[in-house]
Design a protein around this ligand. Structure first.
Ligand code: HEM
Length: 518
């Protein structure tokens, strides 16, 4: 950090081409050489009120703070203004935002919660710190270059904090791993669903929707059927490889022939002695391009059966171009008479539909967490932007129409957060069977609500940011990524309208019988 101090009068003398200084948030920058390289052009820098002046307000109307922290720009700083202190600071890793509604109330100063304890807060801080320090830099890079999550990040997630195992939530797969979690585990014996909620909401704050799925989501949704329905031998062989980040796994259910209507699946598995012979295709398979295993829904003689298929001869994956980053590894998978040991069957033959359907609750709940967290980040971005953007000499927040959009956005995330915490509390207190019978409907309704409100928030946020919401880099980059990708949440793990309908059908089913009359 440059230590030299200048007075405002000294800075003001450097106000022309070839000799150009500006002050931003009490820091003095020498832009003499940079001016011709400036992406916004040199002339804007020579303007009155900029050259030799305090350009803080105009700067933050056009750039994100992170610009000043990029090494190539940070080194333009030559000193500070005497007697002034910088007031604009990025959050330290693990720190909670002070912007109203940027965090759920349980993290806000002075608010109480019926669900969370001091242990959850400590856990939250550790998870946020880990994600910001270890995973976030990779998220930004991979979202842009489309490559899969780097192996060294996977290794750190697995070996340093057991993040891959923890992302699966409570269960026997955590046994023996606890001792490796001193940094993150508030208590050494259990990890209930609120911890998993915290992990999911933290990783969705990156503003990089493709990478969020690329962060081994395939394993998060594809390993539970192995844990719940696989033989002990299969579990012992496959689960440690995946949870240690040595192998990757994808859930392969949807097809070009069938998406939310899983009854229409056409991939077939035919018995041949001790093997299944699997033939067919799967589409939209997240992490499929780099997966080693596929938890696959197949049509068998007596109904549907879920089978774990290992990559090998006759199994091909092709990347599908989608509107989010290829870092997610979205694939088209072809099985051409793939031979799979019968021991890889998950659950009873013909009982695959219930394996698929029970797994959906867990997948949808996870998606609600990430969709909601991403939506909350949009609220934070809009709160900040509407306060710093000046129009007609006043901040955007002085416009009633903007305040009304903020009101709608805030209300939607707060409503969904409270609903999610309630459902999570119920899940924590119900066994697997009860969750399946009582919560499939509420989870489906909440997912539908969160994704519908996400689309509304994407539209509102784009109006707040204007043209900036349309560019991949710069001020509106988070909003651009959000409105380009918001439909993924509305479609993956069950389309929005189908789920809304499922929620109501489940409720109506619970009213069967004659006892409910007005
Ligand atoms: C340390 C000083 C500055 C640096 C390092 C810097 C850097 C940048 C960068 C990297 C961009 C590309 C967009 C982005 O990534 O956000 C940009 C765009 C721009 N900058 Fe600067 N800038 C500085 C100061 C200023 C100042 C004082 C002005 C005052 C008018 C200005 C006006 C602009 C404009 C008009 C754009 C185009 C914005 C857009 O397309 O939305 N810059 N600048």
């Amino acid at each position: 950090m440059a230590a030299k101090q200048y007075t405002e009068e000294e800075v003001a003398k450097h106000n022309k081409e070839g000799d150009l200084w500006v002050t931003i948030d009490s820091k003095v920058y020498d832009l003499s050489k940079f001016a011709n390289l400036h992406p916004g052009g040199p002339n804007v820098l020579y303007a009155d009120g900029v050259a030799g002046q305090d350009a803080t307000q105009v700067f933050f109307g056009l750039h994100r703070l992170e610009v000043l922290h990029r090494p190539q720009y940070a080194r333009l700083q030559i000193g500070t203004i005497v007697g002034q202190e910088s007031v604009i600071k990025p959050l330290a890793p693990g720190e909670v935002s002070k912007v109203p509604y940027a965090e759920p109330t349980w993290l806000a100063d002075g608010f109480k919660s019926a669900y969370y304890t001091e242990g959850h807060r400590k856990f939250h801080k550790a998870v946020r710190t880990f994600f910001m320090e270890v995973v976030y830099p990779a998220a930004i890079q991979c979202e842009e270059n489309g490559k899969r999550i780097p192996q060294e990040v996977v290794d750190k997630m697995a070996s340093e904090v057991n993040m891959i195992a923890m992302r699966l939530g409570p269960g026997k797969h955590l046994k023996g791993r606890m001792s490796q979690l001193p940094l993150l585990m508030p208590t050494a014996h259990s990890i209930e669903l609120l911890f998993k909620l915290i992990i999911n909401t933290e990783l969705a704050r990156f503003g990089t929707r493709g990478f969020v799925d690329g962060l081994l989501n395939g394993a998060v949704i594809g390993v539970p059927p192995i844990l719940n329905f696989g033989s002990p031998e299969l579990q012992a062989r496959v689960v440690p490889e995946v949870l240690s980040g040595k192998k990757f796994l994808a859930l392969a259910i949807s097809e070009a022939f069938a998406g939310s209507d899983v009854g229409g699946l056409q991939t077939t598995a035919v018995r041949d002695g001790d093997f299944w012979v699997v033939t067919g295709t799967k589409k939209w398979i997240t992490n499929g391009t780099f997966a080693d295993y596929f938890t696959t829904g197949c049509k068998t003689e007596t109904g549907f059966t879920v089978i774990l298929i290992e990559r090998g001869d006759n199994l091909e994956t092709k990347a599908i171009k989608t509107s989010y980053s290829p870092t997610a590894g979205t694939a088209f998978v072809t099985f051409d008479k793939v031979r799979v040991p019968v021991g890889n069957t998950l659950g009873a033959v013909g009982n695959g539909m219930s394996v698929i359907l029970t797994n959906f609750n867990h997948e949808r709940w996870m998606l609600i967490c990430t969709a909601l967290a991403a939506q909350r980040v949009v609220v934070e971005e809009c709160m900040k932007w509407a306060s710093q953007r000046m129009v007609f000499g006043k901040p955007l927040t002085s416009q009633a129409v903007i305040r009304s959009k903020l009101a709608a956005m805030i209300s939607r995330v707060e409503a969904a957060q409270n609903w999610l915490e309630n459902i999570t509390h119920q899940m924590n207190n119900m066994n697997y069977a009860e969750t399946s019978s009582k919560l499939a409907g509420p989870i489906a309704l909440l997912k539908s609500f969160v994704t519908k409100s996400g689309a509304e928030t994407a539209t509102d946020a784009s109006q707040v940011f204007g043209g900036r919401a349309l560019t991949v880099t710069g001020m509106g980059k988070v909003i651009e990524n959000y409105h380009r990708t918001v439909m993924f949440d509305a479609i993956l793990a069950g389309a929005e309208d189908v789920l809304a309908d499922l929620g109501v059908r489940q409720a109506v089913k619970r009213m069967s019988g004659n006892q409910h009359k007005l």
